[in-house]
Ligand binder design. Structure first.
Ligand SMILES: Cc1ncc(COP(=O)(O)O)c(C=O)c1O
Length: 365
């Protein structure tokens, strides 16, 4: 029996023809396919301010810039995430201030956020770990009362919903990753969704050196004055054409993640040795991960591996890295969550038979 993987790349064969057509079209940079993809995504998210980029990390970096984060500022964030969430804060010259997380869900805790706010706080990062939406309204209310911007890291949460609306509509900035193993991929890519039209307009300038690509140009070279420096963060037409094709599949992919997660919720909930993450009635997780808690985790991982099921902690707490040492503080929720959390296969590739096999295996553990 082959091991049931924790992640799988979704690349439909139907992408081959449009991909080859764009590849040999003579235009492979940021062009008509990027524009078309942004149109498709705007409909999907019901948000007109979608900016495509070359990675989720670039989207985070750009949102910090738009939020006005610079040298000497503080950004409140969670260590329970991919390092990509937090590296851009250091790159912006700001200080990371860790807030604690809920020991069961792994999500950043609004009370802890509020207790960490100072007059230097410029932004708050919340990560929808595994796809489970954070308590967005509480965090945004706190942020608004201190005039602080919020950034949602939705890298795990493509298709997740909060209070009946897709993630991508609730905060100043929301980012997604389209890296290889996310719900959908463009090989590499990222999205930034902005609340305000002005931020989206500025993001489109900053993603390409600060140059306005829409003004008529006399020459191939840019003769326009560049008002503020930008980056090379734009998406290209090759990635965009893959992204457009993925959108024909995304609803079914997300549905299957959710169906598998529901199956585990129903069938694993009364087993002594595992503890499930409690669900909120206000949020729907697109379940990029299915994370549960097990006390003797190493032993559980060995057991699952010997029975051909991949498991992983997926992310290590970021605050243990030397590069984040300046932010060290006590985080009992992180200590607790990190000591028992483990993810099992939940994605679109997990069949009915495989999810039943996984449940039976865990029941026998
Ligand atoms: C939580 C989180 N944020 C941000 C990122 C960064 O995305 P990308 O790899 O597209 O830069 C990732 C990537 O895996 C992630 O898991």
């Amino acid at each position: 029996m082959e091991t049931i993987p924790l992640f799988k790349v979704h690349m439909p064969e139907s992408v081959a023809d449009p991909l080859l057509e764009t590849l040999f079209s003579g235009f492979i940079g940021q062009g008509p396919k990027v524009e078309e993809y942004e149109g498709v995504l705007s409909k999907y998210f019901n948000n007109n301010n979608v900016v495509t980029l070359n990675s989720g990390t670039a989207a985070l970096q750009l949102s910090l810039r738009l939020a006005g984060v610079g040298h000497g500022d503080e950004v409140i964030s969670t260590p329970m995430t991919c390092t990509a969430t937090n590296m851009p804060i250091l790159a912006a010259g700001a200080k990371i201030v860790w807030a604690d997380i809920d020991k069961d869900t792994g999500l950043i805790c609004p009370h802890s956020i509020e207790s960490k706010i100072t007059n230097k706080t410029k932004a708050i990062n919340m990560v929808h770990f595994g796809g489970i939406p954070c308590d967005i309204d509480s965090i945004n209310q706190i942020a608004a009362s201190y005039n602080i911007k919020t950034i949602e890291d939705g890298a795990h949460a493509f298709g997740s919903e909060y209070k009946g609306k897709k993630i991508g509509n609730h905060s100043d900035f929301v980012i997604f990753s389209l890296q290889a193993i996310k719900h959908i991929t463009t090989i590499d890519g990222g999205l930034l969704l902005c609340k305000s039209d002005e931020d989206a307009k500025r993001a489109k300038l900053l993603r390409w050196y600060g140059i306005d690509r829409d003004t008529p140009r006399k020459d191939f070279r840019c003769e326009e004055n560049i008002v503020e420096y930008g980056y090379k963060f734009h998406m290209n037409d090759i990635c965009a054409v893959i992204g457009i094709e993925q959108m024909d599949y995304v609803d079914n992919l997300v549905k299957r993640h959710i169906s598998n997660a529901d199956f585990y919720d129903k069938n694993l909930n009364d087993i002594d040795k595992v503890r499930l993450i409690p669900r909120s009635s206000e949020a729907l997780s697109a379940s990029w991960l299915y994370t549960l808690h097990v006390e003797e985790r190493d032993q559980f991982m060995k057991y699952m591996s010997e029975n051909n099921v991949a498991t992983s902690k997926v992310h290590e707490r970021n605050d243990k890295h030397d590069c984040f040492a300046d932010s060290a503080c006590d985080l009992p929720g992180v200590d607790s969550f990190c000591s028992t959390q483990i993810s099992i296969p939940v994605g679109w590739w997990v069949t009915d038979e495989q999810r039943q096999y996984i449940v039976d295996l865990i029941k026998r553990y």
